[in-house]
Design a protein around this ligand. Structure first.
Ligand SMILES: Cc1cc2nc3c(=O)[nH]c(=O)nc-3n(C[C@H](O)[C@H](O)[C@H](O)COP(=O)(O)OP(=O)(O)OC[C@H]3O[C@@H](n4cnc5c(N)ncnc54)[C@H](O)[C@@H]3O)c2cc1C
Length: 368
């Protein structure tokens, strides 16, 4: 895939009309997802030397927002795949980058597994164990709510390792891996969320990423920073779709003798939607600029973007449903889907409360 324009067109062709049907079915046709993966469009920041499009964070963000405006489930897969690739790129040694990145940009599908029954916001509670055993590495444990796991060929698994944290790349079909889809998720219903068990899963030692053994915050922040920024761009796209649907409806539907948009309380919702889209997009653009500059504050900029964009998405989607009222109150209407999907964005990649704690910590650290 050569340019951002080509990438946007490819995503439109793939997801332009079918998102509601996928949401109802709880599944995106796998061939279509693989086709996007083959073009490198699920992890578009993978450098050209590894077969990826080598997009900047800013261009990848525009692509992610576009996907998010069309289909939250596909955007979720894009976030997970990009996060998996980024984790390998940052935490793997050159040979590991050469082994895994061309696969991720060339048709394979991936997911990132951190959460466990007793380790949600607080990942220090992870019990999944990763240990070296001669020239192999062994993974034992249970992960929950892993986005994309129902599609994944490769699972990037975080767990305890020696005195720190380990990250192992586990092929989905390895003996001892069991994938159990999450039933009836609130939103992003076709994103392949699954619980995954690892029972004495044995892999070549080369599947343990090189940075394993480092402290938990360093490894997790690396992966989550990508995820947060990707989710944030997806939220900006979601608000865009809501703004377009609400403006269109409010211009056409007449009540009390004039279009809904002529009633000031409805117009206010439209103004708030424009504001939400703008705020989310600006926060994302800021964070991507920091990312592309390699700025030391890129991690906090990603938290800020995620915090702003997820809240604007939740608020904007609720306003769009309010403007459409009964017309948007069908489960598969774009604004109803956005309303369900947006709520989840306040939970994942660091909930609203966890992002607030991180931002407060950052503000306090600046005083020291
Ligand atoms: C749709 C979806 C997709 C997901 N995808 C993935 C994935 O791909 N990979 C993966 O590993 N995980 C995934 N998860 C799991 C997700 O990361 C966790 O749900 C999230 O980290 C929150 O953990 P929890 O649900 O256990 O909530 P808890 O940690 O139990 O928190 C419950 C509530 O308490 C609040 N809270 C917790 N601690 C504090 C505190 N110190 N101060 C203030 N408030 C606090 C939280 O903000 C939240 O509101 C996904 C979850 C969902 C719903």
């Amino acid at each position: 895939m050569e340019t951002l324009a080509d990438a946007l067109a490819a995503v439109t062709a793939a997801a332009g009309t079918d998102a509601s049907a996928w949401d109802r079915a709880g599944r995106i046709p796998e061939a279509l997802v693989r086709e996007l993966s083959r073009g490198g469009l699920l992890c578009a920041q993978v450098p050209a030397e590894y077969g990826g499009p080598g997009f900047s964070s800013r261009d990848n963000g525009e692509l992610t927002a576009h996907t998010g405006s069309l289909c939250g489930s596909l955007r979720s897969l894009q976030t997970s795949q990009g996060m998996a690739a980024w984790t390998v790129q940052r935490l793997g040694r050159p040979a590991q980058r050469e082994e895994f990145l061309p696969k991720l940009a060339g048709g394979a599908l991936a997911a990132v597994a951190m959460s466990e029954p007793a380790a949600g916001s607080d990942l220090s509670g992870m019990r999944t164990g990763i240990r070296s055993d001669g020239d192999t590495v062994v993974v034992d444990g249970a992960k929950i709510w892993v986005t994309g796991a129902a599609y994944a060929d490769l699972l990037v698994v975080f767990g305890t390792y020696e005195r720190g944290t380990g990250v192992a790349v586990v092929p989905g079909g390895t003996p001892g891996v069991t994938v159990e889809p999450v039933g009836n998720p609130l939103g992003c219903r076709a994103a392949g969320h699954a619980d995954v068990r690892f029972e004495n899963v044995r892999l070549p030692a080369s599947h343990l990423l090189a940075a394993s053994g480092a402290p938990l915050p360093m490894l997790v922040t690396t992966a989550l920073s990508y995820g947060r920024l990707s989710v944030a761009w997806g939220c900006a796209g979601l608000v865009r779709a809501c703004r377009i649907a609400a403006v269109r409806h409010a211009s056409g539907r007449v009540q009390f003798g004039e279009p809904l948009a002529g009633h000031q309380l409805v117009a206010r919702h439209l103004a708030e939607l424009v504001t939400a889209e703008h705020l989310a997009t600006l926060a994302c653009a800021h964070a991507s600029t920091r990312w592309d500059e390699g700025s030391p504050d890129q991690a906090v900029a990603a938290v800020l973007a995620k915090q702003i964009a997820a809240r604007q998405a939740a608020d904007g989607a609720a306003r769009a449903v309010q403007v459409l009222a009964s017309a948007g109150a069908h489960d598969d209407h774009v604004v109803a889907r956005a309303y369900r999907d947006a709520k989840l964005m306040e939970i994942i990649e660091g909930s609203t409360e966890i992002c607030q704690l991180l931002l407060a910590e950052h503000a306090l650290a600046a005083l020291r």
